[in-house]
Design a protein around this ligand. Structure first.
Ligand code: PLP
Length: 376
């Protein structure tokens, strides 16, 4: 089996991640809930993981690392915490439904900043033009999950700072791959899955904050602190961490972050980019690469469009050949409208650190075979 769907989740995990989950299942109970060894071990694990996140994403304090179950949950906390129903929110045209749906559910007014995905530098001016006096929040992805486009989030953060608008960054496709610093980006919140580029298990995510600016909580409940009060504690991280933590998952995430940190800066990105370049350089006839810009603006996510058959049909052919890729709209209909692929979707190839040149070559052979079998 060749797995090339790391933009959905990194299926292959480092052995240390699996081992950390096993160890946590033997050594950790509920954190913050007891003075006995099993609970204290869980506290220690949370503290260590927050410390790693602080270092990797330049947080000013461990308390600004909030554990969530996914990037989606982190985005919901940030979006609904910063805005009220009917507020105006500016987003980029490459946003995932994890951004669009929480905004739409409360009847917020969504202003979409449009630009061609192959020209991410145009995002800055498009977002700036979309901001009005009524804008209460700006949300932007760091990398498109469909096209692998890197967006200039530092420049966008700068505009938001100048205009006094909170800035939430969806870093689902960037964390673990790009250097991200909450401080340098000027983000109020960075929303991260644990199970993609950080190589942790499913059911983990992080909400990283630059300060105590989110005015309201999304979920309230037990925190193990201020138990006599019926009000949610206001201090971080407790304010946003109601309920028992996914301690086994966090143990795996902790090991995943250590795994990413063990690679020299930029190595994972370069390896994934090189595989995409290899695929593009040898792409068989019958496929195009919509939405793709200059190499320096692209991560290791590659969107292909077969011209001879539907994307789902080709993905099924690849699946029968033992190759896992994603087909369709990839939960990002806006991005497809921007790239004119809304009617077709794309075939998304997203390698990870465990993929090799041999995997890319096997994919290329299977793409040729798919064209020969389905194109006639
Ligand atoms: N944002 C983007 C850009 C994504 O690609 C994804 C997942 O595919 C998400 C958000 C949601 O991440 P999660 O599955 O951790 O909720």
């Amino acid at each position: 089996m060749i797995y090339l769907d790391c933009a959905a989740t990194t299926f292959q995990k480092p052995p240390a991640v699996m081992e950390a989950i096993r160890r946590a299942s033997e050594m950790c109970a509920s954190p913050g809930r007891g003075g006995y060894g099993l609970s204290l071990a869980a506290d220690e694990l949370l503290f260590k993981t927050r410390g790693l996140a602080k270092e990797m994403f330049s947080l000013s304090d461990e308390k600004y690392c909030i554990f969530t179950k996914s990037a989606t949950e982190a985005l919901n906390i940030a979006i609904k915490g910063f805005t009220q129903p009917e507020d105006e929110v500016v987003i980029s045209c490459l946003e995932h439904n994890a951004v669009v749906r929480p905004l739409a559910s409360g009847g917020r007014r969504i202003k979409i900043a449009n630009f061609p995905p192959e020209c991410p530098e145009d995002a800055v001016i498009a977002l700036e033009r979309s901001i009005t006096r009524r804008t209460r929040l700006c949300v932007c992805t760091a990398v498109s999950n469909v096209f692998g486009t890197m967006l200039p989030i530092r420049e966008i953060g700068e505009i938001c700072r100048r205009r006094g608008i909170p800035f939430v960054v969806d870093a689902a496709q960037a964390a673990g791959i790009l250097e991200l610093s909450v401080e340098r980006i000027g983000a109020d919140a960075l929303c991260i899955p644990g199970h993609k580029g950080l190589y942790g298990p499913a059911g983990t995510g992080l909400l990283l904050l630059s300060g105590e600016r989110i005015p309201r909580t999304l979920i309230e409940g037990g925190t193990g602190s201020h138990s006599a009060s019926e009000r949610q504690p206001q201090h971080l991280p407790d304010a946003f961490e109601a309920g028992t933590q996914n301690i086994w998952g966090i143990a795996g995430l902790c090991a995943g972050i250590e795994f990413v940190k063990s690679h020299p800066k930029g190595e994972i990105l370069s390896a994934e980019q090189a595989l995409c370049r290899r695929i593009l350089d040898n792409l068989p006839a019958g496929y195009t690469a919509p939405g793709r810009g200059r190499d320096e603006n692209q991560t290791g996510v590659l969107a292909l469009l077969p011209v001879f058959a539907g994307c789902e049909e080709v993905a099924e052919f690849l699946s029968d050949a033992g190759i896992c890729v994603r087909a369709g709209l990839c939960c990002a209909p806006l991005a497809h409208r921007a790239a004119h692929t809304f009617e077709t979707g794309v075939l998304r190839i997203s390698p990870g650190i465990f993929n090799t040149a041999a995997d890319a070559d096997a994919l290329l052979r299977a793409l040729s075979a798919a064209r020969d079998a389905l194109g006639g």
